[in-house]
Design a protein around this ligand. Structure first.
Ligand code: LLP
Length: 432
């Protein structure tokens, strides 16, 4: 039986801004083939409209409650995307001094809406964040709280903080990105939190302003969010009894998307998420902070790559593309599934192929034993849902320059990062 696979169903799932028009894949109003011609490949292409729509979904689902969406910069730290979100009033969840600097460049006004997470904050990073007057430090250990108090004293600036508690809640996801169990390095045992808040009250340089939690990433079921927040809410009640003025509850990020070809209704997903958080919060009225990353940017982006060679080894067919694991590491690192579609719609017999990159590792693949319509050298394909943890995890492995990035806004496209050159990659190196 000859099966036709044109990629059409995949791109028409409604959750993605990529559609075929006149047989060519488009990102909103712009043909992807023309972008590849203009800017070369591998190329990340993002839809501004989709990013804004996703952001608005949060705003609408949480409209009943005072909240700030602090976009998790690590998902995609492009300055242009950050500015887009900042203009909508987004805050940012950062995990390094480098990300803090990105916020400053994208929108200095957004610095006051920054929350600083991470288990290994360094003194220079804490200092920079104190000077910038960020909203909240999400503190992950007692030792870090001591350092924060000491730096706040030196700089003469009070530090608003939340303890990031570890609620010991299991959330089904890949083990590398699950964080809410006591066996994980993240957060402070929720049972110990009350005592640490008490101790912190002795320092006039610390202001206990919130409690935060984050249980992991790519979480599809919403019950674990409700469970985690329920525990946090109970803790907040105790903290109030102890006299702490807790004004913020930070629910972290982690809401998952559907990387598959099935129907996925993102709006419904955010509504379910909001309902779960509301359940966990009960009557708690604190200002809610949210730290979504993936949900906002993942499906807005695709990695466009050109087929270099098609080769057979024994029974296997390999489609070798000009993008590799250094450009998008998710399939190699988490065995993550990404749909791959031809840029020029093609019909024909589907065959199983491995789609692989040029990097010298057998782990350098985008898909294994994937049914695809035959592609030829020179053809373009798009790896979908690559907007989150794609470019931000890209590296120069094999001394390969990282891809260029283009932002599509309706019928307009703008280069937001040019392709890295070999000269730039070698520039920091010194020969003794
Ligand atoms: N807040 C904190 C404290 C986090 O650690 C993370 C993600 C987020 C928010 C955002 O989570 P999201 O809404 O994007 O799920 N590289 C992996 C994902 C790592 C997630 C790390 N932390 C991947 O490609 O699946």
């Amino acid at each position: 039986m000859s099966k036709t696979l044109s990629g059409k169903k995949v791109v028409q799932s409604g959750a993605r801004p990529f559609v075929y028009r006149r047989g060519v894949l488009h990102c909103d109003g712009v043909g992807v083939a023309s972008l590849a011609e203009k800017y070369g490949t591998p190329l990340y292409v993002y839809s501004a409209e989709q990013i804004l729509r996703r952001f608005q979904m949060f705003a609408s689902a949480f409209r009943e409650r005072p909240h700030t969406v602090c976009y998790a910069v690590k998902a995609n730290s492009s300055l242009a995307l950050m500015r887009l979100l900042a203009r909508q009033g987004a805050g940012f969840d950062i995990v390094s001094g480098g990300e803090l600097e990105r916020v400053r460049r994208a929108s200095a006004a957004a610095l006051k809406r920054v929350v600083f997470s991470g288990v290994g904050k360094q003194v220079w990073e804490i200092d920079a964040a104190l000077r910038a007057g960020i909203l909240l430090f999400n503190v992950e250990s007692e030792a870090e709280l001591d350092v924060l108090a000491a730096r706040a004293k030196v700089l003469g600036r009070r530090a608003r903080f939340a303890l990031r508690v570890n609620p010991d809640v299991f959330a089904e996801t890949h083990p590398y990105i699950s964080t809410g169990l006591s066996e994980h390095k993240f957060g402070i045992d929720i049972k110990k939190a009350r005592a640490i808040y008490k101790k912190a009250a002795n320092s006039k340089w610390l202001e206990a302003a919130g409690v935060s939690v984050h249980i992991g990433s790519q979480i599809r079921k919403v019950d674990p969010f409700a469970a985690a927040l329920g525990r946090v809410t109970a803790l907040i009640a105790e903290l109030r009894l102890d006299g702490h003025d807790i004004r913020y509850v930070d629910a972290g990020g982690g809401l998952g998307i559907d990387y598959g070809a099935g129907d996925f209704d993102p709006e419904h997903q955010v509504e379910r998420y909001a309902a779960a958080l509301t359940e966990g919060l009960g009557r708690e009225k604190a200002h809610l902070l949210l730290e979504p990353g993936r949900f906002i940017v993942a499906q807005a982006g695709a990695l466009v790559t050109r087929v270099l060679y098609v080769k057979k080894n024994g029974a296997k067919t390999f489609v070798v593309t000009d993008a590799g694991m250094n450009d998008l590491i998710r399939p190699s690192l988490y065995h993550a599934h990404h749909e791959i579609v031809p840029v020029r719609q093609a019909w024909g017999r589907a065959a199983k192929v491995d789609v692989v990159g040029p990097v010298c590792e057998s782990g350098d693949f985008f898909a294994r034993d994937r049914e695809m319509v035959a592609v030829r050298p020179g053809d373009l394909v798009a790896v979908l849902d690559a907007g989150a943890y794609g470019m931000s995890l890209a590296s120069n492995y094999n001394t390969r320059g990282r891809p260029a990035e283009v932002l599509v806004d309706g019928a307009k496209s703008t280069l937001i990062r040019r392709r890295e050159t070999v000269r730039e990659m070698l520039e920091p190196e010194l020969l003794p």
